[in-house]
Ligand binder design. Structure first.
Ligand code: SAM
Length: 182
């Protein structure tokens, strides 16, 4: 499965508390973008997160969106499949079935306790192992399995910066010019 340009894969970040969760929510956004999602809905407004992501997208390319919306509204309005990532869920081995059933997938990740209705609304509650870990790790593994590893080195056409994978050192193409960074 590959992105086709329109919004297919979005993430819903539930439980963001602006004072405590800024860094981890930013990491959820970074992982969502880098591993192939089209955008993220964050349930509480935090302009700083959007500002940071918008800057990053300008430099590294793509159309990734950050939107602030009530989680109930997102869940009710989403037309495609809803997958909630939780350590209590079914094994991630369901990924093939999920991939085949729908192109539009909303992936829900929490912070602390997720409201019970999310478990109900989700078409699938999926675990990435049955141990507690992190929404960042769970999202990365889920997206990588969903896209079967194809998004890790995808190129963003409008990027101002691009990394050239190198055995040593840091090689970057900046606005068309190849540079070595120290
Ligand atoms: N008790 C939580 C749970 O239901 O998974 C763990 C809270 S954890 C700090 C925050 C978020 O990380 C969870 O809401 C879930 O989205 C994700 N998460 C943590 N461990 C996970 C696992 N093993 N599988 C899938 N998602 C996980």
């Amino acid at each position: 499965m590959e992105n086709q340009g329109e919004i297919l894969i979005a993430v819903l970040r539930i439980g963001h508390r602006p004072q405590r969760d800024k860094r981890i929510t930013t990491h959820v956004c970074l992982v969502a973008r880098a591993f192939g999602a089209d955008g993220i809905f964050v349930w509480r407004k935090d302009e700083k997160i959007k500002e940071n992501l918008d800057k990053l997208v300008k430099a590294w390319g793509g159309d990734f969106f950050v939107d602030f919306k009530n989680y109930k509204k997102v869940l009710n309005e989403w037309k495609g499949m809803i997958v909630h990532l939780t350590m209590y869920g079914e094994k991630i081995d369901k990924i093939g079935e999920i991939r085949n059933k729908s192109k539009d997938i909303l992936i829900v990740v929490g912070a602390e306790k997720v409201p019970p209705e999310v478990y109900e609304k989700a078409n699938y509650n999926i675990s990435v192992g049955s141990q507690p870990h992190s929404e960042v790790a769970a999202l990365a593994v889920f997206l990588d399995r969903l896209f079967e590893g194809k998004n890790l080195y995808k190129k963003f056409e409008d990027a101002e910066m691009e990394i050239v994978p190198s055995p040593k050192g840091k090689t970057v193409i900046e606005k068309g010019f190849k540079t070595q960074r120290s």
